[in-house]
Design a protein around this ligand. Structure first.
Ligand SMILES: Nc1ncnc2c1ncn2[C@@H]1O[C@H](COP(=O)(O)OP(=O)(O)OP(=O)(O)O)[C@@H](O)[C@H]1O
Ligand SMILES: [Mg+2]
Length: 341
C-alpha cells in the first residue's frame, strides 16, 4: 500500500510518501520558524496561511522525487489533531479534496501517535510492548504501548511540556525560538556544578511531571546574574547546562521508574526533545545498566514531519480503518481514545 502523508498541526508543513513494502519513498518539509521567530512563538493565523501556500508545491516535490503518479497512490493520511485548529484544517481539507478527486480513502492521524511511531521508520525498529516517553513542544507523557492504538497513559506533565520549558527558558535569556536546540548548544560550554537546579517531583512516587517551577528557577537565577552584572555569555551557558541537566535527570528518573513499574526493558523516546543528545546519552546509560534498549528516530523525524503521519496512517489503513469525507479536526484529543489495531 502506498500512502501520502500530510502534517500541518503547528508550524511545519510536512509531506511524505510511504510504501508498506518499500518503506519511505520521499519526504519534504517546510519549517515556518523564521516567520514566527520575531514574535518569540507560533502565531496560529500566520501558520495556517503559510500551510495553504506550501502544501501543493510540497506534494508535487514529493511525487516528483519518488517518480510517483497520483494514480499510484492508494490513500491519503493527514494530521487530524491535536494541534492548532486552523493549521489542522488546511491539511485535512487538502487531504479530503485530493482523496475525493483521486477516488481514494483518507484517514485522519493522531499527531502524537505519529511521533510515537516515528522510530519505526529506522533500521532497527522497537518491538511491542515498550514504554514511550513523548517529549515535544506541547506534550510530556509516559505511555505503556502494547501495540498500535493500545496505549495506557502512565504519567504526564501537570503544567508545561518539557519542550515548552526549554523554549521559555531560552526566551527569557534572550535566545531565539525554538529554544531547545539553542539551550543544548549553550549547555555544551556550561560549567558543571556552578548552578544546581531542582529535579521536580522526583522525591515523591508517581510518574507525573512538572516543569514550570524549573522555568521559574532558571528565570530567578538569570535575573540574579543580571542584578550582579554577571549576565555574560558564560553565565548563559551555565544556566543552560543546569536547566538541561535538571530536565534530563528528571526525565531519566521517571523513565526508569516507568520501566520498573511495567517490567519492560524497551524505551522509545519521541518528539522534538528526543533529539537532545544529553537526554539520549543519559537514557542510554540508564538502560545499559538494566540490560535494556532505547529507541529514537533520526533528528529530523523527532520534530514534526510528514513521514511519521504517512507511516502511522498506513498502519491504520492496513488494518482496515477508513474515515468518511467529513473535514473534521480536533485541537485536543487524548491518545487513549484511539481504537486498537
Ligand atoms: N535538541 C533539542 N533539545 C531540546 N529540545 C529540543 C531540541 N530540538 C527541538 N527541541 C524542542 O522540541 C520542541 C518541538 O518539538 P515538536 O515539533 O515535536 O513539538 P510540537 O509539534 O510543537 O508539539 P506537539 O507535538 O506536542 O504538538 C520545541 O519545544 C523545541 O524547543
Ligand atoms: Mg509535534
Amino acid at each position: 500500500m502506498r500512502v501520502l502523508g500530510l502534517e500541518t498541526s503547528c508550524d511545519e508543513t510536512g509531506v511524505a510518501l510511504y510504501d508498506s513494502e518499500k518503506g519511505l519513498l520521499a519526504d519534504a518539509l517546510f519549517s515556518q520558524i523564521e516567520q514566527h521567530r520575531v514574535y518569540g512563538g507560533v502565531v496560529p493565523e500566520l501558520a495556517s496561511r503559510d500551510h495553504v501556500k506550501r502544501m501543493i508545491p510540497l506534494i508535487r516535490q514529493v511525487l516528483d522525487e519518488a517518480d510517483c503518479a497520483p494514480n499510484e497512490i492508494d490513500a491519503i493520511c493527514y494530521t487530524a489533531g491535536p494541534g492548532l485548529v486552523g493549521a489542522l484544517l488546511v491539511g485535512a481539507s487538502c487531504a479530503q479534496a485530493l482523496a475525493f478527486a483521486w477516488g481514494i480513502p483518507a484517514v485522519g492521524v493522531h499527531h502524537m501517535e505519529g511521533h510515537l511511531l516515528a522510530p519505526m521508520l529506522e533500521e532497527q525498529p522497537p518491538a511491542f510492548p515498550f514504554v514511550a516517553l513523548l517529549v515535544s513542544g506541547g506534550h510530556t507523557q509516559l505511555v505503556r504501548v502494547d501495540g498500535i492504538g493500545r496505549y495506557q497513559l502512565l504519567g504526564e506533565s501537570l503544567d508545561d511540556a518539557a519542550g515548552e520549558a526549554f523554549d521559555k527558558t531560552a526566551k527569557m535569556m534572550g535566545l531565539p525560538y525554538p529554544g531547545g536546540p539553542e539551550i543544548a548548544r549553550l549547555a555544551e560550554h556550561g560549567t558543571p556544578g556552578r548552578f544546581v537546579f531542582p529535579r521536580p517531583m522526583t522525591d515523591r512516587p508517581g510518574l507525573d511531571f512538572s516543569f514550570s517551577g524549573l522555568k521559574t528557577f532558571s528565570l530567578n537565577t538569570w535575573q540574579q546574574c543580571q542584578a550582579t552584572g554577571d549576565d555574560t555569555e558564560q553565565s548563559r551557558c551555565d544556566v543552560a547546562l543546569a536547566f538541561q541537566q535538571a530536565v534530563v535527570d528528571t526525565l531519566t528518573i521517571k523513565c526508569k521508574r516507568a520501566l520498573k513499574q511495567t517490567g519492560l526493558k524497551s524505551l522509545v523516546i519521541a518528539g522534538g526533545v528526543s533529539a537532545n543528545q544529553a537526554l539520549r546519552q543519559s537514557l542510554e546509560k540508564m538502560l545499559g545498566g538494566m540490560n535494556g534498549q532505547v529507541f529514537y528516530a533520526r533528528p529530523r523525524f523527532c520534530t514534526d514531519n510528514g513521514a511519521m503521519i504517512a507511516y502511522a496512517g498506513c498502519q491504520r489503513l492496513l488494518a482496515g480503518q477508513r474515515d468518511g469525507p467529513a473535514i473534521s479536526v480536533r485541537a485536543r484529543w487524548p491518545m487513549e481514545q484511539l481504537p486498537a489495531v
